[in-house]
Ligand binder design. Structure first.
Ligand SMILES: CC(C)(COP(=O)(O)OP(=O)(O)OC[C@H]1O[C@@H](n2cnc3c(N)ncnc32)[C@H](O)[C@@H]1OP(=O)(O)O)[C@@H](O)C(=O)NCCC(=O)NCCS
Length: 167
């Protein structure tokens, strides 16, 4: 069974472990690198969990399987709102072994519901151009490319493209 829930304020260690697992599994798909994430101290993860656990400005969601099957989260997404009503979606990841069963779709649905309840009107993300699988996935989820691209900061030779979904 799949369940999605918002992070709890005391889950800094879970956030760290899940983020590092995502970055180790899919290097080059996120806005940061594994080395940079590993360099953060415990305070970083503690305050990040607390900041994302409540309120309309930023949120992190975990996807979970039955605890008997796997205690660690099987998916993760982060979101933060701009003043203009746009919610940026970052770090979407589902764990290998739990793909193509709707984990990422459920995470996006959770972000969309949270965004709407906060009065936001649009989801936005950046995806590296060569990640055709993710781009197709986002299109199926209703996102469309805006035509805007920019260099991917950890490796500026790579381009990333902007996609949006009106809520
Ligand atoms: C891209 C990524 C997030 C997709 O995650 P996922 O959990 O496999 O996605 P979903 O299962 O929700 O959707 C994948 C496919 O399964 C299908 N699906 C969704 N729910 C389903 C269900 N209940 N049963 C069967 N299939 C389902 C979807 O329709 C989709 O197929 P489609 O793309 O042909 O429409 C995942 O591959 C990943 O983590 N990749 C590495 C990191 C990455 O690239 N992240 C994106 C950074 S921008």
């Amino acid at each position: 069974m799949l369940a999605v829930r918002r992070i709890r304020p005391d889950e800094g260690p879970v956030l760290r472990a899940t983020r590092l697992a995502a970055l180790a599994d899919a290097p080059g798909e996120s806005t940061t690198t594994l080395a940079r994430a590993q360099a953060h101290d415990d305070d970083h993860w503690t305050s990040s969990a607390a900041a994302n656990a409540s309120g309309p400005l930023q949120a992190t969601f975990f996807a979970e399987a039955d605890e008997a099957e796997r205690a660690e989260p099987i998916g993760l997404v982060g979101a933060y709102a701009n003043r203009s009503g746009v919610v940026n979606l970052v770090g979407l990841w589902s764990a290998p072994g739990y793909r193509d069963i709707g984990v990422a779709t459920a995470l996006i649905d959770a972000v969309a519901a949270w965004a709407v309840s906060g009065g936001h009107t649009r989801l936005r993300l950046w995806v590296v151009e060569r990640n055709e699988y993710a781009r197709r996935f986002y299109e199926q989820a209703g996102f469309s490319s805006t035509g805007t691209s920019m260099p991917y900061e950890p490796d500026p030779r790579i381009s990333q493209v902007e996609m949006v979904l009106e809520l």
